[in-house]
Design a protein. Structure first.
Length: 265
């Protein structure tokens, strides 16, 4: 039964959430994504997935164009709206270091995401859900919900990424939406590398420009509950506007997930 085959991915996702929550609760938030690597590797080994099944492929050049376009469009639009609303107050010092900080964060996140968040949620978990007989829409939904739930401890405990209680629900819905965007990229390209590039550029732009938790970004944006790309209402609306056509374009018209078209070349 397909439901029986959902037990293994469900248990590994619960294990990932439990371990990360325990680390976040004990001051180890800087390392709390690392357990995703052995858990993904264990699931990969246990279920005997192929390299292609878990998304270890390069994808096509146009896939990377989409990976870059998502953070550029959403973050650029938010900056423009906040600027027009006179809600940005950047300092000269912060602006000077913004490009450097963006390059460092984006460059570090891309390989880290391949090994942890993308490797687990868009790599092994997508492959496992696919093997269980889930259709593309179901795979996209469940992997994105798992991704959002994994972030609960980061924003609700004292981690440095924690948010005011009123912003947490918006953030978690946004995490699911953003996870679904990267999941759609993975389904379209067959590559977690593509999704990881987008993940890295998003983190670099969102965290450097807008900040995270109580940390103020280089733009010193007022009202992060409105303009924040992850915790703000406008960010959520823009991300949904990206997700709808992207998800529609990657969902097959028949049952199941269409095969990945990207190959390592």
């Amino acid at each position: 039964m397909p439901e029986d085959r959902l037990l293994r991915p469900g248990l590994l996702v619960l294990a990932a959430i439990a371990v990360t929550t325990a680390m976040d609760a004990n001051g180890l938030s800087a390392f709390s994504a690392l357990p995703l690597l052995p858990l993904a590797a264990f699931g990969w080994w246990l279920e005997r997935h192929s390299r292609e099944a878990v998304g270890l492929a390069w994808g096509r050049p146009r896939d990377y164009g989409l990976a870059v376009a998502f953070p550029a469009i959403v973050l650029g639009t938010l900056v423009a709206i906040a600027w027009a609303a006179d809600a940005t107050h950047p300092s000269a010092a912060a602006s000077t270091h913004a490009v450097r900080d963006f390059a460092i964060m984006a460059g570090a996140t891309i390989p880290a995401a391949i090994l942890t968040e993308e490797g687990f949620f868009r790599g092994w978990l997508v492959a496992s859900l696919k093997r269980s007989g889930r259709g593309a829409g179901s795979v996209l939904a469940w992997s994105s919900i798992a991704f959002a739930l994994w972030h609960v401890s980061a924003v609700s405990l004292d981690t440095g990424f924690d948010l005011p209680a009123a912003q947490i629900p918006v953030y978690l819905v946004n995490a699911a939406v953003i996870g679904a965007i990267w999941g759609a990229m993975r389904l379209r390209s067959g590559s977690i590398v593509v999704a990881s590039v987008s993940h890295g550029l998003w983190n670099g732009g969102a965290y450097v420009l807008f900040g995270y938790g109580a940390k103020v970004g280089s733009l010193a944006i007022e009202r992060p509950d409105v303009f924040g790309p992850e915790s703000g209402y406008l960010g959520l609306l823009l991300n949904i506007a990206v997700l709808v056509p992207l998800a529609w374009s990657c969902l097959p018209r028949g049952p199941g997930i269409r095969p990945a078209v990207a190959t390592a070349r």
